[in-house]
Write a new protein. Sequence first.
Length: 510
Amino acid sequence: MNYLLYILITLPLLSIILFVSYFGYIYFYKKNGYIWFFSYLKFKKEQKQLVHQPDQVKHVLFIFVDHFEPYNEKATKAQAWERMKHWNYEYPKLVQNHHDADDRCPQHTWFYPCEQDLAFLADLSNLCFRGFGEIEVHLHHQNDTSDGLANKLEEAKRDFSKRGASITAEQSPKQHFAFIHGNWALDNSHPKGMWCGVNDELTILQKCGCFADFTLPSAPQPMQTKKINSIYYAKDEPHKPKSHNDGVDARVGTRNRNDFLLIQGPLLLTWNGTNHRYMPSIENGDISDTNPPTIARIDEWINANIHIKGRPEWIFVKVHTHGANPRNWKSLFGEEMQKMFGYLETKYNDGKNYKLHYITAREAYNIIKAAEDGKDGDPGIYRDYIIPPYANTRIKSNVLFELVSYSKTWLEMKNCQPHLRATIFVKKGQLEKIEGYFSQFKLIRLLDKRRIILSVTGKRQLYFTLRTSNPIRSIENGSQVHVRKIHGFFITTIKSYLKDNQLQEIIAKW
């Protein structure tokens, strides 16, 4: 009898010990949970203490970032182009019937690997021009040096800006970019020094114009930081790797001008995962073939309540994917994604308890800076608070170009491929389209004199289309080809013949 009682007591205890040991082995050793598990316990405690005003609307700021790698899994060039073609066709269909509280469709941020063939940036820029998102910088490198990294980033800025990415559409355009590190190894954070090699990477990123990093979370990889579920600043220690392992939270009323900003997605332990039935899964915001965006996951992303300290009603939800990989397309373009957007737009956009805002990486940075400056209310109005939209959201071009100036009254561009017939569309302002062989042009609107002056250097025939509130009365050095009236504006196409590579002025008066 005593022996039977001993067995009845011992077996459950042994089972518990075995389960805890197995859990510890899987999550603390194999999945590197020792790095962040105790931070997770602290996070859960803080979440319980978080207080929301009962009548306060919560704003869900949804950021979808993509490690967009057309050559993923050693794809051929033909396969890579097929992947891009799929995106051109499927993504507009996916988002066209979905809108947030600002009547804006879902926004995608393509982090494109600058070490790969950049030809695909043209197609991505066309998607940006159509209002579907923005392009940022992704980089895979190994055994690199500080100078080597700086050169790569500067070259990426030049190449991206010629396609309208990473260059702002403003009177004096500036180069900015957000960053995701290839293989998650930001600031040489791999324990064996793989996939980076640069201990002062945070400093170099800042010097080159990077406004924020969007790499994390990276669990279960060992590059994961101790700091989780946070928007924070890390101080670089140039002689040590993984300086971003911890940092100072972004906070209302405090603008950190010196340290490096990191914007993390959710990192949680959950029973809602698809990979384990009897063990908790790691929820890291990944959307893939094995991790579709279920309703339970969406609730957990939002309940993580990643926010700027002092502004808990602005909830940042950053999820990520590898969108150029066909294995993930069922989750990205199928019924699961439609359900995700639909669920976000019903439960989290009722106007009473929640408002939904689809934002890009750049807009997330702007909204964070607005919060630090004490702004409150609707965060959607701060999308362009510091960094204006990129040029490829305003300009569509079939040639590489250099943007000199962009404003309501002044547009100046240089064609980097003057041997090609350029076709350039412009979303806002007086110029709608310009087409021909030219090396540069400058368009100025003089409101007081009711005229538009186009100064252009090129050859052969040039066609350009103007938007004006009144019909064009006269044209110097050109002739009117066609005119139509749309939404109260007169859309006038003008033809001119350019003398070989001589500066010519075409003046339209209305």
